[in-house]
Write a protein that binds this ligand. Structure first.
Ligand code: NAP
Length: 271
């Protein structure tokens, strides 16, 4: 059986094993997928041992995405832009290819599952970490009217925006005053993991705003409650993005595209 895994720290609450096991059953692919918690200073060694033991590829989550980018022998354009890798594939020559499927996952969930039109829309992106870096390129490529980046640590947003300046209308704004009523407000901060919402004002939301948190379940509750109270039209968490980025990884490994809707529905049902 071909072996795959998700590497993170912590990782035991990851839904990825469930998602990829469902994809494999649905498409008749013979593979196993496990969650591996690597020591904070031991990701490279853990990955090497996994590959030596027959590992064919893996997903990478917090806090190892930047290290995975440096470890990969070659990376696709989206990973290069993000300087972060969330999917690794062991090639027949033993080389390690790196990909970033987060942006594709977010865009598929927004446009295909939720029916959101991105072209000419004003988008506010909260956060400037690895998740934000992974979604900026695809959002700009989708033709948004403007992408405003706001982060608690303003300097980090400025650095990230400068990296993408040649690719479309991106600018930064203070988190506490990002501008008026955006069409789409995306929370790519980790604030929800501590039960908090980022300090974004109600004025950023209006009756036409769709609010979307990249985290899912209980961790998305504080931001989505803030958005709802501020009058947002619709509020969604990032479960669909999680399944869509996984589907893209599955396709990169196996050359087969699983159906995502039944897996999203099953996970929602179990939540
Ligand atoms: P990261 O690199 O550690 O960045 C964390 C970001 O959150 C930074 O911008 C940080 O701001 C901000 N932040 C943390 N606590 C905050 C608070 N209390 N108030 C305001 N801002 C706060 O993490 P990441 O890799 O970008 O991941 C962010 C989240 O996205 C994670 O929770 C992750 O699970 C989620 N994610 C979901 C998917 C999916 O498929 N659904 C995919 C990727 C990531 P500072 O710069 O000021 O520290």
């Amino acid at each position: 059986m071909d072996r795959y895994a998700v590497f993170g720290h912590p990782v035991r609450h990851s839904l990825s094993p469930q998602i990829h096991t469902a994809f494999a059953a649905q498409t008749g692919q013979a593979l196993t997928y496990q969650a591996i918690e690597a020591p904070l200073d031991g990701f490279a060694a853990t990955l090497r041992a996994f590959i030596a033991d027959g590992g064919r590829g893996g997903n990478v989550t917090v806090p190892f995405k930047e290290e995975a980018f440096r470890l990969a022998d070659r990376c696709d354009e989206l990973a290069r832009q993000a300087q972060a890798v969330n999917t690794l594939r062991v090639e027949p020559d033993g080389g390690l290819s790196g990909f970033n499927t987060d942006g594709i996952g977010l865009l598929r969930d927004l446009t295909q599952n939720l029916g959101v039109e991105l072209r000419d829309r004003r988008v506010l992106l909260l956060g400037a970490g690895g998740a934000a870096a992974g979604v900026i390129g695809p959002l700009l490529a989708a033709g948004v009217a403007e992408l405003v980046l706001a982060n608690r640590t303003a300097a980090r947003a400025a650095t990230l925006a400068a990296r993408f300046a040649g690719q479309g209308p991106i600018r930064t704004a203070p988190l506490e005053a990002p501008g008026e009523a955006f069409d789409l407000v995306l929370n790519a901060t980790a604030a929800g993991l501590g039960g908090q919402a980022p300090a974004v004002p109600a004025a950023a939301f209006g009756p036409h705003t769709l609010a979307y948190d990249l985290v899912y379940g209980a961790a998305a509750a504080a931001f989505l409650a803030l958005a709802r109270a501020a009058g947002a039209r619709a509020c969604h968490d990032g479960l669909g993005m999680l399944v869509e980025q996984a589907a893209e990884a599955f396709w990169l490994w196996r050359g087969v595209r699983p159906a995502t809707a039944p897996v999203i529905a099953a996970l929602r049902g179990a939540a």
